[in-house]
Design a protein around this ligand. Structure first.
Ligand code: HEM
Length: 429
């Protein structure tokens, strides 16, 4: 039985769910259904209770715009994360606000700009080819795991520069357990819990990164464009702890998301052989519009993050409602990406919707899989280059089939992934 919400006169309508835990279980089980059911009842603004606090949800492109650009002064990114994330990650770009954020973002920008990525492209391509060759032929593999390994190596190259293989392996090994603890609701070091394992992995990750920083301090190439070298050159005396948090955040945000989205793309292409065939034909031309539309359609239908949370640091009025300071606020990418008023047959995978004559997705803040506004994903260009390179390599040299009878329903945390991990068999032409 839901408690009706009336915390303060003038607040948006909604329900708070169970005491203490609120509606977090319903949200985590299916953020799309969660938002759709409440939107039907209350409209595009309503209240719930998540992460231990009342939370206002602002839907539709207008809500996205308000949270991602127009109303920035009301929100804190740091105050939007749960306790497990704050304790394990410590800091980093997504967990920082105000001047400190802006300074750090402009410092890191050159590492993620087209010019730097262009320079790195041959190395990224080499990494991709090397890894794909290790995938076994004609036996079931878990796409998600394989792509996580691949995307981790690419993120490591861009974030930390060339890294000795044993260090790279140690980091990758510890990242899986670390990531699994980032969203646990109970961040207490009780043995054998995901949080406990994440804490232990986090300690090892910090030691390994500290060693890597020491190595890099001894030898920074003047023209290096990796994030670590840029940070060391700009602020040689910055404490290692802060540098490590920044690296952890970039490595996490930079590989889990890419691996999840690529997994969904491979699954969709296996289920839509006619699109796969047209993509192969497109490879031999200089036009890559279909590939571009496939990437956008996958971002729409399978966004790695279902939306974003913020802490409300200053009370505000929105659509005639009052939102108090201390609440959470959330925008929902999954909801916007499936609005029938924006997308024809929204549940269908149809990359052609982005081409003429449909031309969908033109409205600002209707496609927000990478966020938007001044804090749009800093790794957007890297993710797009990397996903294009992986897909072109796969399309040109491999065919793949889904293993039958697997559970492809999404799990939403830490990123949106198929429950089975995406089991496929792959064969080289
Ligand atoms: C398919 C791939 C990716 C997706 C879908 C994605 C998605 C997102 C989203 C939605 C946000 C904004 C969250 C919000 O404001 O609510 C974001 C921010 C961010 N992303 Fe990504 N991301 C991807 C790849 C990457 C990569 C490759 C990196 C870096 C190596 C990266 C690093 C970051 C960072 C540091 C932020 C925080 C930016 C800031 O607050 O200034 N992401 N990403």
């Amino acid at each position: 039985m839901k408690r009706r919400l009336a915390p303060q006169a003038g607040c948006p309508p909604g329900s708070f769910g169970a005491p203490v835990i609120g509606e977090i279980r319903e949200w985590a089980a299916d953020p799309l259904q969660f938002a759709q059911a409440r939107a039907q009842r209350y409209g595009p603004i309503w209240s719930t209770h998540l992460l231990g606090r009342p939370c206002v949800v602002l839907l539709e492109p207008a809500g996205n715009r308000f949270m991602l650009s127009q109303g920035l002064q009301y929100f804190s990114w740091r105050a939007g994360w749960g306790r497990a994330m704050l304790r394990l990650m410590g800091g980093g770009l997504s967990l920082t606000d105000g001047h400190q954020h802006d300074q750090q973002r402009s410092l890191l920008k050159p590492a993620f700009a087209h010019a730097a990525l262009q320079q790195l492209q041959p190395q990224i391509q080499h990494l991709i080819r090397q890894q794909l060759q290790t995938w076994p032929d004609a036996e079931p593999i878990c796409l998600l795991e394989r792509l996580q390994t691949l995307a981790f190596d690419v993120a490591l190259l861009v974030v930390c520069g060339r890294t000795p293989a044993p260090i790279a392996e140690a980091l990758h090994h510890d990242f899986a357990a670390f990531t699994a603890g980032l969203f646990t609701p109970l961040p207490y070091p009780i043995p054998a819990t995901p949080y406990f394992r994440a804490q232990k992995s986090g300690e090892r990750l910090r030691q390994t990164l500290s060693y890597l920083i020491e190595l890099r301090r001894l030898n920074i190439a003047a023209d290096a464009l990796d994030s670590l070298s840029l940070m060391l050159q700009a602020e040689p005396n910055r404490p290692d702890d802060e540098l490590i948090s920044e690296l952890l955040l970039l490595l996490w945000a930079g590989h889990d998301t890419v691996a999840s989205l690529l997994t969904w793309i491979c699954i969709e292409l296996a289920q839509h052989p006619e699109i796969l065939q047209r993509l192969r034909q497109e490879l031999s031309t200089n036009h890559h519009s279909l590939l571009d539309h496939v990437l956008r359609e996958a971002e729409r239908l399978h966004p790695p993050a279902p939306g974003g949370f913020r802490g409300v640091v200053e009370a505000f009025e929105y659509a005639g409602y009052h939102v108090p300071q201390g609440w959470l606020a959330m925008y929902s990418s999954v909801y916007t990406h499936q609005m029938p008023s924006l997308w024809h047959n929204p549940t269908q995978f149809n990359p052609n919707r982005f081409a003429a004559p449909c031309n969908e997705g033109k409205q600002a803040y209707s496609l927000v899989g990478f966020g938007g506004g001044p804090r749009i994903c800093i790794g957007l260009a890297l993710a797009q280059i990397e996903m294009r390179l992986v897909l072109r390599e796969l399309l040109a040299n491999y065919q793949w089939q889904l293993v039958p009878n697997q559970d492809l329903r999404p799990v939403w945390l830490p990123t949106n992934q198929p429950r089975s991990g995406g089991l496929i068999t792959i064969q080289r032409f």
